[in-house]
Write a protein that binds this ligand. Sequence first.
Ligand code: SF4
Length: 290
Amino acid sequence: MEILLARDMGFCWGVRRAIDIMEKAADEKGEIISLGPIVHNPQVVRELEERGVRTAGDLSDGDSLPVAITAHGVGPEVLEDARSRGNEVIDTTCPIVTRSQRWAKKMAEAGFTLVIFGDPNHREVRGVLAWAGANAIAIQDGYPLPADLPSRLAVISQTTQSPERFAEFLSRLMQEHIGKISELRVINTLCDVTSSQQAAARELAQEVDLVLVVGGRSSANTRHLLDVCKEEGSVAYHVEGPDDLMAEWLKGCERVGVTAGASTPDSAVEAVVRRVQRLGAGLEGAASRG
Ligand code: SF4
């Protein structure tokens, strides 16, 4: 069984940067609170906890430790709350997300209604929405567009969406609302790293019998990688680590592809590859004995 790795996958510079900032802060200050998991990956969160990064959903009264904002960013009200409580703020928001936040604020101030193509429950999207204030909505892929959209719209995307899906969304918006739109601004807030990893996953999916997409269950960019592999007609599974891998998935596979989300450490990919090798060797041994 041959194992092929995607030509671009795994840790992006934005996640690497956030982890570096948090590690340095924890080393200097002893303990810090991360508002939410720093990235959607349990291994990374565990390793940071060992260095003094405590994950919390929100700030409790009496918490005086420095507060770290994760790579997904937060709305301005969260920053104000932390500062007004006297907590030092360590901001690891990815600069690509910061750019989306700035556009959201700028467009809202210019009188546009902000439309974000993305998951309204995702932390990045919630944060960006908050920068735009009241006149902002998020619309998830595949969901119907509201019938009563205002006439001046600024459209951006969650950074990890696929360019193809964003283009489809824009085309649907134009088809369904062109008669009501007086002004439309489209700002490309897609992340290059994610787009490149998705393109690499598409190529990989065309070359193999099965793709394993390694990453945290709640990682949006990992789930999008899974979607693009399936769009290419490939059999694809999302695994968080080697224990999720089922031997029967590999039966009859000659080429297995492996890719990983932007928050997946190399160690998780390596562990999955080792398990594929072990299971593959077991299947080949059984076939030759049979
Ligand atoms: Fe930043 Fe892109 Fe990495 Fe997200 S995937 S943290 S937007 S570089």
